[in-house]
Design a protein around this ligand. Structure first.
Ligand code: ATP
Ligand code: MG
Length: 448
């Protein structure tokens, strides 16, 4: 045990309770079933669009995030969980550098790193990848904001920056939200220009902001110098009339960016995607170029963004890879699921199908066998490990939410049959094993 861990465990000798660390939480049944269904639906939808799963580590070199997301962003500047390697027991070299690692605050940087490291540019077509998993940011925990939260994301990396790619990614997102029943949403789209036109706009914005500096709050004042675009994100009521008068990026895009954005609007129209243009949507990460977008949902208060994304054409090159175009998004699963729960439109997920109410040791072998057969047929079955009184058995079946109780007692063993009781209306049937299997299988198919 490392010295620090030993210290921590011996110092505390009094009895104590352990709790999940602030900003983290357990996702328990039955919520976890909703989560699994949400994630499985994403897999199903994304795979119909030709995306495939990528799994990257949850920690990377700090520098990967600093370079890609940007050192002046809130995410890198104040929200990362960073630790040093300390003594690496595997390192033999005397002068192994003491690198720092960070828990990933998002996964686009990791996907770009994996793309380069695995030379995915040599694969045919675009790399179309999706991921899901925990992300970590040291923020003030509140409703819809956690220190460990979950994202589902997708990325397209390759040689083309055709607006049709942006539109298809947005279509996939909209289809997914619709499939899970998250319908009270708004999609906002913007273009924030490229390395040719944005710097001039940022400079212009900075000049204009300096003129009104004393009317801004401390955060925005600081951002005038560090990251003036982020001022447009401000939600401070006093700053709103000032921001409304600032120059808009749409009036300062270069010809190519203007053309790209116009074509994107056309492509979205072709796909029947409803959205709103929002010139203030700049996003918090440095790597974005041109297309940016965000989806907000109802029922979440001020943490109402359930997805953010955009184009990041220079990112792979910035990380030492070949010239590559890219676009992607990340859905905040915690918030999306919260919004679904508040909206009350939840799917009916299959629970326990059968509770095996066996009575008398003579019935036990039959119970064990039929349980295995029902499970092989894909049914969720609960077999009590110890004998229970009939009434108690049915009571538990009911509390566990089983659809049926399968009664196996002396009579059933003697007549080689099963009694199946539907718990919703107490209807009972006497069935042979074959009839039982056929009946329950057809029920299962019907309920899907
Ligand atoms: P916000 O403005 O709410 O801080 P963000 O711009 O930092 O969001 P992104 O980096 O774009 O968020 O991440 C994409 C999505 O991930 C967000 O729209 C949100 O749904 C979710 N998300 C981000 N941070 C958190 C968090 N701390 N807790 C829960 N979900 C989060
Ligand atoms: Mg944030």
């Amino acid at each position: 045990m490392p010295a620090r861990a030993r210290e921590a465990s011996t110092l505390v000798t009094e009895k104590r309770e352990f709790k999940a660390i602030k900003g983290t939480r357990d996702i328990l049944p039955p919520d976890s079933a909703l989560w699994n269904w949400f994630e499985q639906t994403a897999r199903d939808v994304f795979e119909t669009y030709g995306f495939r799963d990528i799994r990257t580590p949850v920690f990377e070199e700090t520098e990967l995030f600093a370079r890609s997301i940007g050192v002046e962003t809130d995410v890198v500047n104040k929200e990362m969980f960073t630790f040093s390697t300390g003594h690496d027991p595997d390192s033999t070299g005397e002068s192994a550098p003491d690198r720092t690692y960070s828990l990933r605050p998002e996964a686009t940087a990791s996907v770009a790193r994996a793309y380069i490291e695995n030379e995915m540019q040599t694969l045919p077509g675009n790399a179309k990848l999706y991921y899901m998993g925990p992300m970590f940011r040291r923020e003030r925990p509140q409703k819809g904001r956690y220190r460990q939260f979950y994202q589902i994301g997708a990325e397209v990396l390759g040689q083309s920056d055709a607006p049709a790619i942006d539109a298809e990614v947005l279509e996939m997102l909209v289809v997914f939200f619709k499939r899970v029943g998250l319908t009270r949403t708004t999609l906002y789209v913007n273009s924030i220009g490229c390395k040719d036109c944005r710097p001039q706009y940022v400079e212009l914005l900075r000049e204009k902001l300096r003129e009104v500096k004393d009317q801004l709050g401390p955060d925005s004042q600081r951002r005038i110098e560090t990251n003036p675009l982020r001022v447009l994100d401000s939600k401070l009521p006093q700053e709103q009339p000032i921001i409304a008068k600032l120059p808009r990026i749409s009036d300062h895009l270069c010809a190519e960016c203007r053309e790209h954005f116009a074509k994107l609007n056309e492509e979205l129209g072709l796909r029947g995607i409803v959205y709103e243009e929002n010139w203030r949507l700049v996003r918090g990460l440095d790597y974005y170029t041109r297309t940016t977008f965000e989806v907000t949902a109802e029922g979440l208060g001020s943490q109402n963004a359930v997805c953010g994304g955009g184009r990041y054409d220079g990112l792979v090159e910035l990380l030492g890879g070949p010239p590559t175009k890219g676009i992607g998004f990340a859905i905040g699963s915690d918030r999306a699921i919260l919004s679904m729960q508040e909206g009350g439109k939840l799917p009916h997920l299959p629970g326990l199908a059968v509770f095996v109410a066996w009575m008398g040791q003579a019935a036990y072998p039959t119970a064990v066998n039929i349980t295995r057969k029902l499970r092989t047929a894909g049914l969720a079955v609960e077999l009590p490990a110890e004998e229970m009184k009939f009434k108690k058995s049915l009571g538990l079946a009911d509390k566990l939410g089983a659809s049926y109780a399968l009664i196996i007692g002396e009579d059933e063993v003697a007549s080689n049959t099963f009694t199946l009781k539907r718990l919703a209306d107490s209807e009972q049937k006497k069935l042979s094993e074959l009839e039982l299997l056929e009946y329950l299988e057809s029920e299962r198919r019907g309920s899907r």
